[in-house]
Design a protein around this ligand. Structure first.
Ligand SMILES: [Ca+2]
Ligand SMILES: [Ca+2]
Ligand SMILES: [Ca+2]
Ligand SMILES: [Ca+2]
Length: 241
């Protein structure tokens, strides 16, 4: 008899795991960390920027992946003011999230620009450019945005676009990179295709929480079949002795 109980214990646990609700991690914090400034480069992302050898785009975007349905509560990113290192007295960021279409951002977003409470802080880190075309040192600023209306996003790939507007400010805003190798993309105007491959990762992170869990999917039919077969086998053992 003892053997039969030993057999059924693992089965019992299997059943308990299977019966547990799918939303095991609902409400759990989510951090999407795309890195902090590498202090090597920065890319223009400013409606007031005039395309030049420093970048052909006015708008830059970088991708992120959500493995669960997630509500985004806040965003942090980093940047500099080019070319005289004069910080904007009134940043005017347009923060948008675009769906992914075959590895590039879609032309238009279905999510309204994200608004909230913004802070701008000089990190104390400096970024130095030393090239044939330009020499200069820039204060690296950190921006933190707590969203007024946190968007809820389905599982999938997205693109975060952060574009400042420094019209009437002496400098233009550049988004700090976090890695020299990456897939950030750029474009000039709203509605354009994102045709410029920037080739870096941009410095940003997102914080949120899981709205609905998708990493513990309902068991496959084949697993259910195995469980049923196990039950049958044990029944047979019990009744045959
Ligand atoms: Ca300008
Ligand atoms: Ca990327
Ligand atoms: Ca400094
Ligand atoms: Ca400007």
């Amino acid at each position: 008899m003892k053997n039969k109980y030993k057999l059924s214990l693992p089965l019992l646990f299997t059943c308990i795991i299977w019966l547990a609700p799918a939303n095991l991690v609902k409400g759990m914090p989510v951090t999407i960390d795309n890195g902090t400034p590498d202090l090597i480069d920065a890319k223009p992302s400013d409606f007031d920027y005039t395309p030049s050898l420093f970048g052909l785009q006015k708008q830059s975007a970088d991708d992120f992946l959500l493995t669960d349905e997630t509500t985004i509560n806040s965003i942090e990113w980093w940047g500099i003011y080019f070319s005289s290192n004069t910080a904007s007295a009134s940043d005017n960021f347009t923060i948008r999230i675009f769906p992914d279409t075959a590895g590039v951002p879609a032309s238009t977003t279905s999510i309204s620009p994200l608004i909230g409470t913004l802070t701008q802080t000089d990190t104390g880190d400096d970024f130095t450019v030393s090239s044939l075309f330009f020499n200069g040192t820039f204060d690296v600023y950190k921006y933190s945005l707590t969203l007024d209306t946190p968007p809820n996003l389905a599982t999938g790939s997205y693109w975060l676009s952060i574009v400042n507007d420094t019209t009437n400010e002496i400098d233009d805003w550049f988004w700090s990179t976090s890695n020299a190798s990456g897939n950030a993309h750029g474009r000039v105007n709203d509605g354009d295709s994102w045709t410029f491959g920037i080739g870096n990762e941009m410095a940003f992170n997102l914080q949120g929480s899981v709205t609905s869990n998708t990493t513990n999917p309902v068991p496959e039919p084949s697993i259910l079949t195995l469980i049923s077969l196990g039950l049958l086998a044990i029944r047979r053992r019990l009744f045959s002795s």
